[in-house]
Design a binder for this molecule. Structure first.
Ligand SMILES: *Cc1c(COP(=O)(O)O)cnc(C)c1O
Length: 430
């Protein structure tokens, strides 16, 4: 499959090049040249297909032939070595748990898939690739874990000082080997801006091969479409009109769901659930796209002021506002509402959600008021113990720590503090 740049000023390129470059030379995001819907038989036989079989069938058109079939199958097996259960809260609301991977956030799948693709492409290449990534919390841990020990790849993670949870910080600062962490005096937007500046800095890119592992990278973004199909498989015999409420920050996850819809998955509607960082909620009302600096919330992985995948969403819906509005609703919720929701989910359903999932739950509830005949699935994008302070304070009960979290506790933090782009540049060049 070839990919084109959404800025339309760079040549089309292969999957391999799109993965290695991350961003096109004209700064555009890459998008597949074509999307071929899956066959009717695929959906009819879905009950008999394993997760790996579903993943292979859905992603092969975007990846072959640069990754051969047998290698792709192995990459998928290794990537999906944990479960994706749907838990029904009532007959209108379910949650899809995407936190059973090694860092307990949904980003594990994209990070593990991308790490293996890059590792494959970089075999026998003496030029090291540096993955430069900004994190609002969970990307850092997932990328660090996914790329740990991958030969020929160095990972540098930028995170905003004091704005990620303790566990998130430990997950990205304690691994060592080919993984380094830079603690930035600033916000996530500052981290993201520094990374973007680095990609455009010829004096840097002439000396090193940089790539991104944010959802701008197609190998990080596309595998996220599996989730929606896994959920559909678990629910389609019981419910019609399946709606997904996706707690959104950079809008990579929801945009992958829209790709699943393009592949023919009968998704009735999407709800983009936002915290106070609500540029898309406002866009769907005013038709004006007005990014703002991000504000800090208790669902920190969604504290994004200028969502990078918004441009891909526009492309999927053919830059047609009405078409977009028919398929997507968006609501924004405050931290107080989110805390109330955490409490409600716990007292009503005896289920412990995390703050991001709670925003998704609120999205479902708001949507269902208008469309009560739907079944709304909110994505539980991280395990509640990654946000222990908030969760324990609200539900007033101690949470047992899963083994993935215990394994990073008490390890020594190693991070270099930086404040400016010049600091980043001199770090990378030294
Ligand atoms: C990254 C993240 C999100 C936002 O996902 P996007 O793909 O950036 O929209 C939501 N919840 C959690 C827990 C995350 O880590």
């Amino acid at each position: 499959m070839n990919y084109y740049s959404l800025n339309h000023k760079a040549p089309n390129t292969s999957f391999k090049d799109a993965v290695i470059k991350g961003l096109a030379p004209d700064k555009g995001l890459y998008f597949p040249e074509s999307i071929t819907p899956l066959s009717q038989e695929f959906f009819e036989s879905i009950d008999n297909l394993s997760h790996s079989e579903i993943a292979f069938e859905t992603i092969k058109q975007f990846v072959l032939p640069e990754i051969p079939e047998d290698v792709l199958k192995t990459i998928i097996e290794e990537t999906l070595s944990f479960d994706f259960p749907v838990v029904e809260l009532n007959e209108n609301i379910s949650t899809l748990e995407l936190f059973h991977g090694p860092t307990m956030a949904f980003k594990d799948v994209g990070a593990r898939f991308m790490a293996r693709c890059l590792g494959y492409f970089n075999q026998g290449n003496d030029r090291e690739v540096t993955v430069l990534v900004a994190t609002s919390g969970d990307t850092g841990g997932a990328v660090a874990n996914g790329f740990l020990g991958v030969k020929g790849v160095k990972v540098v993670i930028l995170y905003p000082s004091g704005k990620v949870s303790d566990i998130q910080e430990m997950q990205l600062t304690t691994l060592g080997q080919n993984i380094s962490a830079l603690e930035v005096n600033g916000t996530f937007d500052d981290c993201q801006a520094m990374v973007k500046t680095a990609f455009l800095d010829d004096s840097l890119t002439s000396q090193m091969q940089l790539t991104s592992a944010n959802s701008i990278n197609v190998a990080r973004w596309l595998p996220q479409l599996f989730y929606f199909i896994f959920a559909y498989k678990q629910l389609h015999n019981k419910y019609k009109n399946i709606v997904f409420s996706v707690p959104s920050g950079n809008f990579g996850n929801i945009c992958a769901g829209m790709m699943a819809q393009q592949l023919g998955l009968p998704i009735h509607h999407f709800v983009a659930s936002n915290n106070a960082n609500n540029v898309v909620t406002r866009y769907l009302v005013s038709q004006l796209y007005e990014p703002r600096p991000s504000v800090q919330t208790i669902s920190n992985a969604m504290d994004v002021g200028a969502p990078s995948n918004f441009i891909r969403i526009q492309e999927i819906y053919k830059n047609n506002f009405e078409f977009l509005k028919d398929n997507v609703s968006s609501y924004s919720f405050t931290d107080d509402e989110t805390r109330e929701a955490l409490k409600e989910i716990y007292t009503t359903y005896n289920y412990v959600a995390d703050p991001h999932g709670a925003v998704g739950y609120l999205g479902c509830k708001t949507y269902l008021k208008e469309r009560p005949e739907s079944h709304c699935v909110f994505l539980e994008t991280a395990h509640p113990t990654k946000f222990l302070d908030v969760v324990e304070e609200v539900i007033k009960e101690k949470q047992p720590l899963p083994r993935q979290i215990q394994s990073v506790m008490g390890k020594e933090k190693v991070a270099v503090t930086i404040s400016t782009y010049e600091d980043l540049k001199s770090y990378l060049l030294k």
